[in-house]
Design a binder for this molecule. Structure first.
Ligand SMILES: C[S@@+](CC[C@H](N)C(=O)[O-])C[C@H]1O[C@@H](n2cnc3c(N)ncnc32)[C@H](O)[C@@H]1O
Length: 333
């Protein structure tokens, strides 16, 4: 079967690329502005050409012939925790950059057959739904058929993280859109526990530990009492996450302070999740390379900004099946 070629905008460390590759597509080109993301991306995606630049400098003719274009575009303007400004915020214009590129690609006979967009779930309700209406109408103006759904990583990816994201799948071809059905991506049982991800006996560097010399130690000691639980420290209180799952990992883990979730290890030491554990809680491969030249804060940020790879893989598989079904029927006619 034909391998569909794919390009990624806002590629980060390539979570979407991993998902599509695992589903059988061939990621060939990507763009990302952040040079530290690029270090991780290049260490792990050797076959993909990454262009490190601001998207506003990318032209439609720069993107090679592809079938699928993905974009997990910056989500701050749309998140509750963010600025709530939507398109008024400069970063909100990133969606318009995607549309500009689609238009330019069309003039080069390279209009993507499928667009795959990912964002925070609040994109749907932001500004009373107006933001999403604008997005949908811009896509429809370009003749895309839009199918969106909010999926939680712990329900759809068999990864123990509570992470709800909106996935917007857009088809240029009516047949592809009819073949694609969210019902073919049902919820699955969560069998992958935090024990599979966290090494409760790990000998870790002191920098990950909260010891008696820390101001907050007393508060943490009183509240962090159970093993098998992931905790969040929020200035004056500590929250235990029930059901043995990890809270949503966010980019602010990279801002230092107490933003990285905490655990009580088997030696009763309170410690931060390790950067590697955060990547595993996003479903990145165990063998993924974390470049040694990057400091932890960069990797935490990259993990929080990324996607849950197994969720992407499932959606990508359904997209690819839909495209193949169309192509097979066309070949037989
Ligand atoms: C939500 S993250 C996407 C992460 C990605 N899906 C992954 O799996 O790692 C958004 C990315 O867009 C990048 N970005 C922000 N502004 C950009 C711009 N103007 N041009 C290109 N990339 C940009 C950020 O550096 C960030 O890596």
């Amino acid at each position: 079967m034909k391998k569909y070629k794919m390009a990624s905008l806002f590629a980060g460390i390539g979570g979407i690329d991993y998902g599509f590759e695992q589903a059988g597509a061939e990621p060939i080109w990507a763009n990302e502005i952040d040079k530290y993301c690029a270090v991780t991306f290049n260490a792990n995606h050797k076959k993909i050409k990454l262009v490190i630049d601001d998207i506003s400098n990318i032209k439609g003719c720069d993107i090679p012939k592809i079938d699928i274009l993905s974009a997990g575009f910056p989500c701050q303007p749309f998140s509750i925790a963010g600025y709530r400004k939507g398109f008024e915020d400069d970063r909100g214009n990133m969606f318009h950059q995607i549309m500009r590129l689609v238009d330019e690609m069309e003039t080069y006979n390279n209009k993507p057959r499928v667009l795959f967009l990912e964002n925070v779930k609040n994109l749907k309700t932001h500004d009373n739904g107006h933001t999403f209406e604008v997005i949908k109408s811009e896509l429809e103006k370009r003749k895309y058929i839009v199918k969106e759904k909010i999926l939680n990583t712990c329900e759809y990816g068999n990864v123990p993280q509570n992470r709800e994201r909106i996935f917007i799948v857009c088809f240029l071809n009516l047949k592809d859109s009819e073949n694609f059905n969210w019902k073919n991506i049902p919820k699955i049982q969560l069998t992958n526990t935090i024990d599979n991800v966290i090494d409760w006996n790990a000998e870790v560097s002191k920098k990950y530990l909260y010891e008696e010399d820390k101001k907050c130690y007393k508060l943490l000691k009183e509240n962090i009492t159970a093993h098998n639980t992931i905790y969040q420290f929020r200035r004056v209180y500590v929250r235990a996450n029930k059901n043995n799952i990890c809270p949503t990992l966010t980019a602010n883990m990279g801002m230092g302070g107490h933003n990285v979730p905490l655990i009580l290890d088997n030696k009763n030491r309170i410690r931060k999740l390790l950067p590697r554990e955060c990547l595993l809680l996003q479903g990145f491969p165990k063998e993924m390379i974390i470049p040694s030249e990057l400091c932890d804060s960069r990797v935490y940020k990259q993990a929080g900004n990324a996607v849950s790879v197994p969720v992407i893989k499932r959606v990508a598989k359904e997209i690819i099946n839909a495209m193949q079904e169309t192509d097979l029927k066309n070949a037989n006619n």
